[in-house]
Design a protein around this ligand. Structure first.
Ligand SMILES: Nc1nc(=O)c2c([nH]1)NC[C@@H]1CN(c3ccc(C(=O)N[C@@H](CCC(=O)O)C(=O)O)cc3)C=[N+]21
Length: 291
């Protein structure tokens, strides 16, 4: 069994980007500038946005964090988005999800300039991805593709079962893995909460991608020997003994499943760090396209 080490890979990718950025600096060029908009004080969102800002600093990007109160109205957020679109110094930005309930997330994502949409969530970019055109690919699916590529996991003609049909992970993942290419050329089944007999699918899968958010959902009895397991779930579970008062749990019953798997991603240290690395990579692409 091989552990797909997202922490290490993301460091490799960040080092590669650092090299490119230092070349830009040497030539007196503008370095990439990423902005993140965070609305409210959700604990996990604060952690993720903090990691993104720290990663920017480490690799020599400029970064701006725009932190708005929980009570922000949709109109106020749309105004912020329009300002970022118009600000020539910002190469790319993200609006951290989830948003408070008074705000229609779809409306906000539609207002982001597709050329600055480094999350790849705008319909234009999602469409381009689906049509196999060059674009910003959503960071989590892009990170998984990069992991499969760098570990040379064979996806050609394999049966992939994706669990979860979200717009940011499950659905784009199903599209990317069925595309021509390497990784790609897989036969994909996209399963979700209404799927009947889920276990019949998971037990026949060569590769399983779980993006559910239900801790330890995928049991060893649900997979076949030698399956590749990609765990996108990351849930904070209360644990009084832990220093932060919680532990992070993936969607996979890791200790038992790893005994049967050929490749597996840990949580933490798997898909999460790759997401950040690919966001940085998209921001570098945004800067290059604008110059
Ligand atoms: N507009 C937008 N774009 C996103 O890309 C986006 C988002 N909203 N909302 C939330 C999800 C989730 N996400 C993660 C990023 C990094 C880790 C990560 O680095 N996780 C670490 C652990 C972090 C911790 O300690 O909590 C790990 O798995 O090792 C996890 C999850 C990005 N998302």
């Amino acid at each position: 069994m091989v552990i797909l080490d997202g922490k290490k890979l993301s460091n490799d990718i960040k080092n590669e980007i650092t090299e490119v950025v230092s070349g830009m600096k040497d030539r007196g060029e503008k370095v990439p500038h990423l902005a993140a908009v965070l609305v409210g004080n959700d604990g996990a969102s604060l952690t993720y946005v903090g990691s993104k800002v720290r990663a920017c600093e480490r690799i020599g990007f400029e970064s701006t964090l725009i932190h708005l109160p929980e009570t922000t109205t949709e109109e106020e957020l749309l105004k912020q988005v329009r300002e970022l679109n118009a600000n020539d110094d910002i190469d790319g930005y993200i609006v951290q999800l989830p948003l408070p309930k008074q705000i229609d997330a779809q409306k906000v994502l539609m207002a982001v300039d597709p050329d600055k949409d480094v999350d790849g969530f705008h319909p234009t970019n999602f469409g381009k991805m689906s049509l196999e055109m060059e674009t910003f690919v959503p960071a989590t699916p892009a990170g998984i593709m990069e992991m499969l590529k760098r570990y040379k996991v064979d996806t050609q003609g394999k049966h992939v079962v994706v669990i979860g049909r979200s717009n940011i992970v499950g659905r784009p993942m199903s599209i990317l893995l069925s595309k021509k290419g390497n990784p790609g050329n897989a036969t994909v089944t996209l399963t979700h909460s209404r799927t009947q007999n889920l276990e019949e699918f998971t037990r026949s899968a060569d590769i399983i991608v779980t993006a559910l958010g239900v801790p330890e959902f995928l049991k060893a009895s649900m997979i076949k020997d030698g399956a590749v397991i990609i765990d996108v779930g990351i849930t904070r579970v209360v644990d009084e003994e832990a220093t932060r008062g919680y532990v992070l749990k993936g969607d996979v019953d890791y200790d038992a499943v790893k005994e049967k798997a050929s490749f597996i991603t840990p949580v933490p240290g798997g898909v999460g760090p790759m997401t950040i690395a690919m966001l940085l990579s998209n921001t570098l692409l945004a800067r290059k396209r604008r110059s």
